[in-house]
Design a protein around this ligand. Structure first.
Ligand code: MG
Length: 164
């Protein structure tokens, strides 16, 4: 009846790239290095959804060797993973996430990110938590070399679904 999934992602930061988290472009001098748009939060949530139903991972579904996914909008990939979940009769109960970044300050963007994720997943913002932490200036996130993300999702089976 219930399934739980977790996801994790980390992207290296490089100067001059856009910083996109949860579909929101955040003003910053550095952004995530990636084949897609580098939205590490969307990637962790995608992996949490896939993991909950043992459907593999984002790299298997959307290979970074596939030119179709060059510069891909990661919310589109998240929407596709969510469609696999709903096709199996499951709905998201709630989603809890953490972004680990020394800079920039993310709190001003948290509500916009929650709204963008809610729209992507057809949820209410009350079902989506986005937390931001620094790393006390240590480790790759603390030295501003990378941003990492974590997500955990609870699914509830609501119907038989259209696929196994
Ligand atoms: Mg990623």
């Amino acid at each position: 009846m219930y399934r739980i999934g977790q996801g994790y992602d980390l992207h290296r930061l490089e100067a001059g790239r856009p910083l996109i988290l949860g579909g929101i472009t955040i003003p910053h001098e550095k952004g995530c290095v990636a084949h897609s748009d580098g939205d590490a939060l969307a990637h962790a949530i995608t992996d949490a959804l896939l993991g909950a139903l043992c459907l593999g991972d984002i790299g298997a579904l959307f290979p970074d060797t596939d030119p179709n996914y060059a510069g891909a909008n990661s919310l589109d990939l998240l929407r596709e993973a969510h469609a696999l979940v709903t096709a199996r009769g499951y709905a998201i109960v709630n989603l809890d996430t953490t972004i680990v970044a020394q800079r920039p300050k993310l709190r001003p963007y948290v509500d916009s990110i929650r709204q963008a994720l809610a729209a992507t997943l057809s949820l209410s913002v009350e079902q989506i938590s986005v937390k931001a932490k620094t790393k006390e200036h240590v480790g790759p996130e603390g030295r501003e070399e990378a941003i990492s993300t974590q997500a955990i999702v609870l699914l509830l089976r609501e119907s038989g679904g259209t696929q196994d």
